[in-house]
Ligand binder design. Sequence first.
Ligand code: SF4
Ligand code: SF4
Ligand code: SF4
Length: 411
Amino acid sequence: MDVKIFQFNGCNKCFYETLLLKLEDNIKVEFISNPHEWKAESMDVAIITGYLLPNDLDSVQNIQNNAERIIAFGDCTTTGGIFALANQKGHQVTPLKNFVSNEITVDGCLGEIEELIAAINGEESRENRPLCNACKRRATCEYLDSVNRQIEIEDNETCFNDLGFLCNGFIAKECKERCIDYNTPCRGCKPMVERSGVRMLGMFGTLMGNIEMATEHSEKGATDKLADAEDDVTDSLPDILGNFFRFTLPTSGLPRGRMQSSGDLLQDVFTGRLIEELPLIAGLLGGNKSISLILKIIETYEKANNIEISEQTKKYRSELLELETELIEATNNKDAQKYKETTEKIRKIAGNMNLSNVYFGGFKQKIDDNEDFESYKSHIFEVAEGTYKNGSLNYSIDPKGVIKEITIKEG
Ligand code: SF4
Ligand code: SF4
Ligand code: SF4
């Protein structure tokens, strides 16, 4: 089967994941990293990765005209994904379904290669089960008094939501990367229902016992807060939009935001988010350089706030950085076998390709059974207002830990 993969904007992680298609006997792949300059030729299947903007419309339609089938691979393409958080500040990150008809969608951030292969072969992927069914934690149905923002979890049995850590497993499909297995609540990258953010908000609001949704309509929308009056959730979780509509803002039904743009899309994704969310966002959208980006963000904060890390933590971090170099080599050479082996090694330390196990101060979950976890376990930290600088990275946070400004340059 003749399959072409087109990378549009932003993170290239899903694009590189498709290298694994080279290991499939019945698929002949071609990678196109600049779709605007692509010379049209016919194909059986077109796969679109990366986020889309209105000026990508012509190229996408050109691709569709030459393909028997078109597949959106990864949340950036299916729902706008994490980059679409910039729509809060007026950008127009647009799901593929707004540009073409009859597209097949494979959700996920990272998209799952097994589901993509099934879609290419015209098969059903695994049965759609709710993530909660596959989770070892169980709900208590107790009302919550407050939201906990930073992870330090000793309890491995109780549902994250009942412990006050917002977990989107309630609205998500069972998945491969399983952040929940690495002491990280589900961020909802594989939504199981329409308007998943609103459903999740309703569920969480019920647990909180009191929530008010802003229903007023204004020309530029109301996506930056829940209610005009302070409500319990907004009060204890400053970034409502980033937590409930992290991957689905353009398909949520909410209007585009009324907040001021910095003029830079990546900066607009990050600002307004919470400091404890930064590693995860970096782990999701940093492409094949996610590891160095996440560690730079974490280490800059640790150093400025004298957060001590153990020798074991340093060792694991340096192994991860070496693996990133191997990963870049594999992606540059389009070496599918090496990519497979390297990502398996990264998963062993970082938990998954979302890097869920990597956090401030250390790691969230034990990596090696023979080691003393206390020596590299993450610990909660104080939110420290300030400006953090480290060469190519510069960010400021306010007293609640909300990112006010951020600059990330290559290097
Ligand atoms: S941000 Fe997520 S969905 Fe988008 S390309 Fe990267 S891994 Fe894939
Ligand atoms: S909401 Fe999260 S923690 Fe709770 S049962 Fe579902 S997946 Fe597990
Ligand atoms: S656990 Fe992680 S990978 Fe799985 S659906 Fe949730 S956010 Fe996505």
